[in-house]
Design a binder for this molecule. Sequence first.
Ligand code: PMP
Length: 400
Amino acid sequence: MSSIFDKCTKWNTADEYRKRGEYPYFRPIEGYDGSYVVIDGRRLLMCGSNNYLGLSLDPRVKEAALKAVTDFGTSCSGSRFLNGTLSLHEKLEDRLVDFSGKEAALCFTTGYQVNLGTISSLMGRDEYIISDKFNHASIMDAAFFSQGMDKSIKLKRYKHNNMEDLEKTLMGIPEESPKLIVTDGVFSMEGTVVNLPQVSKLAEKYNAVVYLDEAHAFGVLGENGRGTEEHHGYAAKADLVMGTFSKSFGSIGGFVAGDAKVIDYIKHFARPLIFSASMPPANLAAASEALEIIMNEPERVQRLQQIAEMMIKGFKARGFDVGATETPIVPLITGEFDRTLTFFHRLYDQGFYVNPVFPPAVPPNRCMLRTSYMATMKDAELNDFLDVAQQEGKKLGIVD
Ligand code: PMP
């Protein structure tokens, strides 16, 4: 008789890589030291963090988290809906309204849950989700979750940032059907920025609503770190924006912001908000403090943008294919699997931490090392990395 667990006992891909000492995942970080992490007792320059502004290690953010634990304890032990809303949640939401320029904001326990909860609560019978093919997995999961609740909900995907394909997709949908266009602001693997003005124009033309995932854009894009809308000079606005606290905000959690009536509806229908415990005090206080720092110290965002420009130029000058990135997410596109894994190990052995990315996170021919940077990094550290990447890239035939 077969068992549900048969697939687990038969699956040994990870074991094979472990036996050869080539397994790249789940490596525990033992400590942080400025731009470095300690793994296996070795210091590695962190060239693959989403802690874009370095705020998870900022003394003010750490202090705020400690104080919240003293005042409120370590957990809310329940859902926002009932016993899990603290004054700290509402204080943070009020400031997020100021930051995002929307009418209302609502915090969830992770950004993943924001996407799952917001999208699934809004979708109804015979309605359409229209999604960029490079959108984050949580958006795909949100579509699957929505379809699990109502099979008549439809998902259409268009080519990455391709406005002709988006228009073609919109034209193929009955005019009277409600439509939600979902797009990342900054695409998490490629570092590309959505053409928001054009998405917005098409949304207006075809009577759709725009949902913008700003996980990698808040604190990163725009002169003041206010994301994709600011980056495009506020030429266009999304109807809903979401953000996460796990990247620029140095915490964990996320939020959605938009019109007050819409946010109030989401608050009462988003299952991942209602049936899961709320953001805990330490993370709320850390995110709140980080938000104040982002709003008061735009020079951090500007330093990050300067680093992004330096790394994009630096890699291009050394012959790397970095795709069409405009942000501190700089992919080194290596194409095939084995070469990508070897490149990862060579850099790791030389003292640099980056993220190897393979399907299904990227299309099969687009394996890459995803590099990303923090505003706190120094030019000398970054130049070192550029030189070592070039030297190892040459040995593997990735660059000439
Ligand atoms: N959206 C995007 C574009 C992301 O990259 C991520 C996380 N990698 C999320 C949403 C989910 O955020 P969180 O880590 O807060 O769950």
